[in-house]
Write a protein that binds this ligand. Sequence first.
Ligand SMILES: Nc1ncnc2c1ncn2[C@@H]1O[C@H](COP(=O)(O)OP(=O)(O)OP(=O)(O)O)[C@@H](O)[C@H]1O
Ligand SMILES: [Mg+2]
Length: 220
Amino acid sequence: MLELRDLSHAWSDDQGQSCGVVADRLNWQIPRGETVALLGPSGSGKSTLLRLIAGLEVPDQGDILWDGQAITHVPPERRHFGLMFQDFALFSHLNVQDNVAFGLREQGQSKRAARLQALQALEAMGLADRGLAHVLSLSGGEQQRVALARAWVTKPKLMLLDEPFSALDADRRAQLRDEFKAWFKTHDMTCILVTHDQADAEAMADHAWRLGEGRVTPLW
Ligand SMILES: Nc1ncnc2c1ncn2[C@@H]1O[C@H](COP(=O)(O)OP(=O)(O)OP(=O)(O)O)[C@@H](O)[C@H]1O
Ligand SMILES: [Mg+2]
């Protein structure tokens, strides 16, 4: 289970004035194996909340717990969570397959094993023949699928997806929603899906929450 306990976090400007509240004594529990959609207006802090959970930002106050253990100050690489960024954040100096294999190499897997799994993930994303391509030569939708493959391949216990399907055409979107949903269930994976798309939320999530004014409220 993921638990956010009394979490507070705000951005401040150069003068130290608060210029955006992301969390204000926010409490949230997500049971293991559940997929939740996180909705909320632009600028409400959805991406920042994912970065806090991933460990890329440290909250001002409060705790983040995984299976009852506080991980608030555990560095991101030791949390073993998967994060797919809203802007993809691909490594432009690596080709497609090495982008996807990166996390596996970080985990200490051999080059050969990492490459094999990367190719399988790329195949699942419909990019089997693009492994050697330069990432910047791909279309926006293809880059998004590389980012999805990179998050998918490490089989994280917690998957954090930030607008994962926004650049995809309707057919690919429907296909990947189904594949991700099945794959989460098979691996008993917990997922937070940030999306502006109600249909994504309804197709994939067990429950939906809204982030606003530093709190989460259940929608369904
Ligand atoms: N590095 C930063 N420094 C200061 N303020 C920031 C920083 N990153 C984000 N913010 C501010 O924090 C607030 C939340 O931003 P965030 O990107 O988390 O929102 P979001 O809900 O993901 O929005 P969107 O739906 O547009 O992706 C915004 O007001 C934003 O301007
Ligand atoms: Mg965002």
